[in-house]
Design a protein. Structure first.
Ligand SMILES: Cc1cc2nc3c(=O)[nH]c(=O)nc-3n(C[C@H](O)[C@H](O)[C@H](O)COP(=O)(O)OP(=O)(O)OC[C@H]3O[C@@H](n4cnc5c(N)ncnc54)[C@H](O)[C@@H]3O)c2cc1C
Length: 437
């Protein structure tokens, strides 16, 4: 029996029989074959930042913390158009699964490259972050998983299988390849990823500003802000009517020499839009490499529920969330509601599948109860057509989820093919993916 293990917020705890730390793809294959032969179950884990029991093993927890770093970078000028911006600037990085996002950003920077986007923090391991469809914000920026174009999987039968560009496909073909689209958001149920090839781009700097202002101004101007900045998100503080709106823009050759306050996007208040004079102030401004400027530090632990809503309905759903929080939960909610946008993608289980998305996340300090709050708010997010984040609190199981994902059964067929004996499953995942239903 191993030591008791707990996720980041402390809301999921378990005691695995053993914890393995493989050093190679062959080690992973040996572990899985051994488990399959003796009827035991394994689960891969990243940094343990998910708050559903997706990482809980029936027996052996497999940490990829000995498999870290960037193995190789290649530039593909001939693949013009494969980048979301449609330019000729596609580069690929083959990365090991246990690489932390902070280290990955810095290492790519040394190669003159950068990830297209990052989420709120950079504590996760890359395979763990992709496993649940981790996203940042930006109307034209997909979630992190949408940048996976190839990799190596050790399947539930212990076979080593490459896919996408690692199996010889071009970047464009890989983006359409069914196994690649299954592997982009896999919840670790197709196999254990031992390499990931990701689409990256030339390194870039960002200029970030966080404003505190009235929530009504943010709601009125959100669409205009989102159109005119690379990244925009906002936090609403339920105990007040204030919001913190954050905008980030790429520093280009044209604006690099200007003082931040004089850059085109900076003239006046955010994007030239008139902000209210009262209760408005610039809380933070910084400029630097993308991997240093996008993520925040989160010292306070919290539990979180997040739903992905159709972008067109998103602000209305947020207004309903705000109404209900004000009516019923203001006294008990110690933290904030976060709103972001994500571009569509085609991963079979992406919660941004084929739709422009607005994400609404409810955050609650771990020192305060979250269950009643989340239970009461979830119907509002579901009625708004939301799909839950795979790594955050929700109550949905396969019977509800299948209607949300047009390629649900295609994913389930891949899972069945790659892990026929369910070596990589646990009870939570069986219910989630309707295995044996
Ligand atoms: C403080 C905080 C901030 C967050 N911010 C954001 C955010 O901005 N945006 C967002 O979308 N989410 C966010 N999340 C959620 C978080 O990004 C996801 O839960 C993510 O999956 C956690 O990554 P991890 O490395 O901790 O993976 P884990 O939670 O350890 O694992 C996640 C999944 O990946 C699988 N997995 C791990 N390694 C492998 C592998 N090698 N091969 C196959 N499968 C594997 C696991 O089995 C599991 O199913 C946040 C969470 C916290 C606690």
């Amino acid at each position: 029996m191993g030591a008791t293990w707990s996720n980041w917020s402390g809301s999921v705890t378990f005691t695995p029989d053993e914890v393995a730390h493989p050093r190679s793809t062959d080690d992973v294959a040996t572990l899985i074959r051994k488990a399959a032969k003796s009827g035991r179950g394994v689960r891969p884990i990243g940094s343990g930042h998910s708050s559903t029991p997706i990482m809980v093993p029936e027996h052996t927890l497999i940490s990829l913390d000995n498999l870290t770093g960037v193995e190789e970078v290649t530039r593909h000028g001939g693949d013009g158009g494969a980048s979301p911006g449609g330019g000729d600037d596609v580069a690929l990085a083959r990365v090991l699964p246990g690489t932390g996002l902070a280290d990955l950003g810095a290492e790519l920077g040394e190669h003159g490259l950068g990830m297209e986007n990052l989420g709120d923090v950079d504590y996760q391991a890359i395979a763990g972050a992709l496993g649940t469809g981790t996203h940042g914000t930006g109307e034209n920026l997909g979630n992190l998983s949408s940048t996976l174009v190839g990799g190596t999987l050790v399947t539930g039968s212990g076979e080593t299988r490459t896919f996408g560009v690692e199996a010889g496909l071009g970047v464009r073909e890989a983006q359409e390849d069914e196994l690649t689209r299954a592997a982009q958001v896999s919840l670790g149920t197709l196999g254990i990823l031992t390499t990931l090839t990701m689409r990256v781009r030339p390194a870039y700097e960002l200029h970030r500003r966080n404003w505190i202002t009235h929530i009504d101004w943010v709601l009125e101007n959100f669409d205009a802000l989102a159109r005119s900045h690379r990244h925009v998100d906002f936090y609403w503080y339920p105990r007040s009517d204030l919001a913190q709106v954050r905008v980030l823009d790429e520093v280009t050759e044209d604006n690099a020499d200007l003082d931040p306050a004089e850059r085109p996007q900076s003239s006046g208040f955010a994007g030239g839009l008139e902000m209210p004079r009262r209760h408005t102030w610039l809380k933070k401004e910084e400029r630097g490499p993308n991997y240093a400027v996008i993520p925040n530090d989160r010292a306070l632990e919290f539990d979180e529920m997040e739903y992905m809503i159709d972008r067109r309905a998103g602000l209305d759903v947020f207004r309903q969330v705000r109404e209900r929080v004000k009516e019923r939960h203001r006294a008990n909610v110690g933290w904030r509601v976060l709103v972001r946008t994500v571009a569509p993608d085609r991963a079979l289980l992406s919660n941004c599948y084929e739709r422009d998305t607005m994400t609404i996340a409810l955050l609650q300090n771990t020192t305060l109860p979250y269950q009643d709050y989340f239970d009461d708010m979830e119907p509002v997010l579901l009625d708004g057509g939301g799909r839950p984040h795979w790594g955050k609190k929700h109550t949905r199981t396969g019977e509800h989820l299948r209607a949300m994902y047009p390629e649900w059964d295609t994913f389930r067929e891949w899972r069945e093919r790659l892990d026929p004996d369910g070596v990589l499953l646990n009870d939570y995942l069986r219910e989630l993916l309707e295995v044996g239903a």
